[in-house]
Design a binder for this molecule. Structure first.
Ligand code: MRU
Length: 378
């Protein structure tokens, strides 16, 4: 079995460490996080990105906040018991650390809010927060330090589960790719966008693991260049053949018969099967249909949002104009020009050949099929 070489997020020295994806591939560096607010900033600023990875980071953000609130320096800075006004409930006996349940609860609520506001489109963020909240509710009668340990265990489980899910999707997806397939992908839906292995790139890894010879074509993915910087870096690390193209070359490559299939990831799938993914994905899907090329979306169940009717309900993040003006400190756009930077677009379900999930394929996705798959209407 191929091992996972890229640890996008890891728990080390009682902190969350995340690869700084803003500086890859020029530099490889971990940054360290110790609270909900710092993790939220890591998500907002794209240190960590990609829907499943954002969800895992948010889960750790919740656990870190619980640990921070129960840590000695923080707990001791709170008013003493005698200084409390009436209405505060109880002191939680926990050895050396003391914190009122009410302080803990309000601190945790602030943590949840800050994390929920970090980025709007990837539903995995909200899925993870909801899952962590449920765990918290289930152990709410325990002491804050016990709650913190339970939340940390859940974050570890979400990380491990994400890798298992990616592996399962990989097996289902790999079966779709013929030996020798030349596969286009957009953005980065790889190990860097997950806890490891990847969704779309996980399909490629699994195909290679199954002994297939495939080659990858990566759109560079303007403006943040996830394809050129991250997908290319991941595939080169693993010796999986990869060719980089600019986004406007995909149509030419399809017309000249150089692409056999498209596999992308997703940030949110609506209940009718509409797919939000990195800006430019919709163009690729339209081109694929024009050229009779299958368009697959690797999609863990945590990315399906049964609470919304269609892609029109998916919030699309609009990011800074600076990303379009140029890259980092180099600006090439004419000064004063008006700029738009929607970060995601929606591909209608009718253009999707199949969703690849951990439970198998959903061909020509529809509300009925997603209801049957998830067993849920909301
Ligand atoms: O803005 P990003 O880099 O977070 O966008 C990421 C994508 O659009 C990915 O394709 C998507 O999250 C799927 S990742 C498995």
């Amino acid at each position: 079995m191929m091992t996972i070489k890229i640890e996008t997020l890891r728990w080390a020295h009682n902190k969350l460490e995340m690869i700084d994806q803003r500086i890859l591939p020029a530099a490889f560096e971990y940054l360290s996080y110790d609270s909900a607010a710092t993790v939220a900033e890591g998500i907002r600023s794209m240190v960590v990105r990609g829907a499943p990875a954002i969800g895992v980071a948010a889960a750790y953000g919740v656990a870190l906040e619980a640990l921070r609130l129960t840590s000695e320096p923080f707990a001791l800075s709170l008013p003493k018991e005698g200084e409390r006004t009436r209405g505060f409930d109880r002191l939680s006996p926990n050895g050396t650390q003391n914190i009122f349940a009410s302080d803990f609860n309000s601190g945790m609520e602030t943590g949840f809010t800050v994390l929920a506001q970090s980025r709007p489109t990837a539903v995995n963020l909200f899925w993870a927060l909801q899952r962590m909240r449920k765990v918290w509710e289930n152990v709410a009668t325990q002491t804050p330090p016990q709650i913190a340990q339970r939340l940390l265990a859940e974050a570890h489980e979400i990380l491990a589960e994400d890798i298992r899910i990616n592996r399962a999707m990989g097996v289902h997806g790999a079966a779709l790719l013929p030996d020798g397939a030349r596969v286009l992908t957009h953005c980065n839906a790889g190990a860097l966008a997950t806890a490891g292995w990847g969704t779309a790139l996980g399909v490629f890894r699994s195909a290679v693991e199954a002994g297939k010879k495939i080659s990858v074509i990566a759109d560079e993915t303007r403006p943040f260049l996830q394809g050129a910087r991250l997908t290319a870096w991941e595939m080169v690390q693993e010796n999986i053949p990869i060719t980089l193209i600019t986004d406007n070359m995909a149509g030419y490559m399809m017309a000249t018969g150089e692409i056999d299939a498209v596999v992308v990831g997703t940030d949110r799938v609506a209940s009718n099967g509409d797919v939000a993914n990195k800006i430019g994905t919709y163009m690729v899907a339209v081109l694929a249909r024009r050229h009779n090329i299958p368009f697959y979306v690797a999609c863990p169940l945590s990315t399906i949002d049964m609470s919304i009717a269609s892609g029109a309900d998916i919030p699309i993040e609009e990011r800074s104009a600076d990303e379009v003006k140029g890259f980092r400190d180099t600006h090439w756009a004419a000064p004063g020009v008006k700029i738009r930077n929607p970060s995601f677009d929606v591909t209608p379900a009718e253009l999707v050949t199949a969703l690849i999930t951990e439970r198998g394929l959903v061909t020509q996705p529809s509300r009925e099929k997603l209801l049957a798959l998830t067993g849920s209407g909301a």
